[in-house]
Design a binder for this molecule. Structure first.
Ligand code: IMP
Length: 172
């Protein structure tokens, strides 16, 4: 497997889309002091860029989501730090890197809903709807992509490539 030379989504296109998402979130959440909840590790770069486009009062926190047994998208998702989150009565925006089968985001949103937020929204940089196993529709979405395995801008393959500034496809 190797990383494609050409980016699927360039750093400039990411920055432009992040700014657009920032304007949409600002319009919706100004005055509501939202809690932006980043899902580690993949959403870390997107999260850091996105929060800097929001000129509003907000708070941040993080949760880690992992599929069991080191495999991805198995449908068995472990969350860490979820019980530490102060979500009750808050306007919570979950910031994800990618929604693939949908299991991770579904488990996380269900868990958060049980903690009594005032509102709950899902914002993801990437969406692969062709791989969906559970129905879930992001409220805020950067880019819809085909069924590729992608890396860069926070996304990894076996721990590598998160630091690439653009999104690339992993090729055979
Ligand atoms: P899910 O299948 O929607 O539960 O996605 C689970 C997680 O798998 C995502 O949050 C990512 O961390 C990871 N993932 C899914 N597709 C990709 C990909 O194309 N590249 C890198 N990570 C991915």
């Amino acid at each position: 497997m190797r990383v494609s030379d050409q980016a699927l989504i360039s750093a400039a296109d990411i920055a432009a889309r992040v700014a657009e998402l920032g304007r949409a979130l600002t319009a919706e959440y100004d005055g509501r002091r939202p809690l932006l909840l980043g899902v580690l590790k993949g959403a870390s770069l997107f999260f850091a860029d996105l929060v800097r486009t929001l000129p509003i009062e907000l708070e941040i926190d993080f949760v880690q989501a992992r599929s069991y047994a080191g495999t991805r998208s198995t449908g068995s998702v472990a969350l860490s730090r979820a019980e530490d989150l102060e979500v009750s009565g808050r306007h919570v925006i979950v910031i994800e890197d990618i929604v693939d089968t949908g299991h991770t985001a579904t488990v996380l949103l269900e868990r958060l809903r049980g903690l009594g937020p005032a509102s709950l929204a899902l914002c993801t940089l990437l969406d692969k709807p062709s791989r969906r196993e559970v129905e879930i529709h992001p409220d805020y979405l950067g880019f819809t992509i085909e069924n590729h395995f992608v890396v860069g801008y926070g996304l990894d393959h076996e721990g590598l490539y998160r630091n690439l500034p653009a999104v690339h496809v992993m090729e055979e």
